[in-house]
Design a protein around this ligand. Structure first.
Ligand code: SAM
Length: 313
């Protein structure tokens, strides 16, 4: 297969250090066994949340934590000296009580000696509409490195536009110079990126895909060209797609056959340059402002006007 950059690239089904892309059909622990120690620059994944999705049989939470611990331990073994692990999770729900998975998985990373660099809030607009609590509209990405000082972080490729890009100092020794970085600003640790629901251009039949742009930001800031990006819970191949787009190598494991087929197909289309992907930093769709009252029936509208008047008084 010839890729975007004119090279011949094959999709390998087992890990070898001279491969460029590895899509392993099976348990991630099997794939991890074949990966040499300290060879992976970025591990980025979203594991099952143990909430009974079609790929995810609910098990006792302690058993879930020990299964995650086994995978995390192996990930730490293969992580390079200056590498990063990004574990993206939401909530486990038990009889209506929510348990944020980052709170129960954090001690595993800490216990293995890793350092948390950021707890990124990924905010999105679409999801279940709750009636007995506020609807969940964020998940988190825990970013860990081995060390507080020695790790790779490239900020420039992921800067976002400044609010006032042409703003200059108006007094003092720097008068007339730009007061903000012309390359853009740090994107911060709250990321507003649309999640992949039915109208998203990347949607497949998988219920919980990463948007490619979410992984792109991690790939660009935490790896260099040619580095390995690994996703132990690959799903539809999103992490490998983000890796390929930016000239990195990608590997992942997925246990469900139909998702492997989707991942392979998406990866092939990425290599051919025919896949449709939402561009990084594309502004979000902003619905037109509707007169709030007009969306209610007349009776309700009257009541609403009344309430608003009371409020104004
Ligand atoms: C939350 S989804 C990840 C989706 C992925 N981020 C994407 O963009 O498509 C988790 C995936 O892990 C897979 N999975 C669950 N247990 C696994 C295991 N032990 N080894 C490999 N994959 C597994 C599930 O089938 C599911 O597709």
């Amino acid at each position: 297969m010839r890729n975007l950059f004119g090279q011949n690239i094959d999709i390998s089904d087992r890990f070898t250090t001279d491969a460029n892309i590895v899509v392993f059909h099976g348990d991630c622990l099997e794939l991890l066994k074949d990966i040499p120690e300290k060879s992976i620059q970025l591990i980025v994944t979203s594991p099952p949340y143990n909430i009974g999705k079609e790929y995810d049989k609910r098990i006792n939470i302690d058993k879930y934590i020990s299964q995650q611990a086994l995978v995390i331990e192996e990930c730490v073994r293969v992580l390079s000296e200056k590498g990063s692990i990004c574990w993206q999770v939401g909530n486990y729900v038990d009889k209506g009580a929510i348990i944020p998975l980052d709170t129960i998985l954090y001690p595993i990373f800490k216990g293995l000696g890793l350092v948390m660099r950021n707890r990124i809030i990924w905010h999105f607009e679409h999801g279940l509409h709750c009636s007995k609590r506020f609807s969940g509209r964020y998940e988190t990405i825990m970013w860990f490195t081995r060390d507080t000082k020695h790790y790779l972080f490239n900020l420039d490729p992921v800067r976002i536009p400044q609010k006032y890009p042409l703003k200059k100092y108006f007094k003092g020794p720097k008068k007339g110079q730009y007061s903000c970085n012309p390359l853009g600003k740090n994107p911060g640790d709250v990321w507003d990126i649309p999640n992949v629901k039915c109208n998203h251009v990347e949607k497949t039949e998988h219920p919980c895909q990463f948007p490619v742009e979410l992984v792109e930001r991690l790939v660009l800031s935490m790896t260099n060209k040619g580095d390995w990006v690994l996703d132990p819970f690959l799903g539809t191949g999103t992490s490998i797609i983000a890796a390929i787009i930016h000239g990195r190598r990608g590997a992942g494991a997925e246990i469900v056959g139909k998702y492997i087929d989707i991942a392979r197909d998406r990866i092939k289309r990425t290599l051919e340059g025919t896949i449709k992907i939402r561009p990084m930093n594309k502004p979000k769709y902003q619905p037109k402002q509707i007169n709030r009252i007009s969306i209610f029936s007349e009776d309700i509208a009257d009541e609403k006007v009344h309430q608003l008047k009371l409020f104004e008084n």
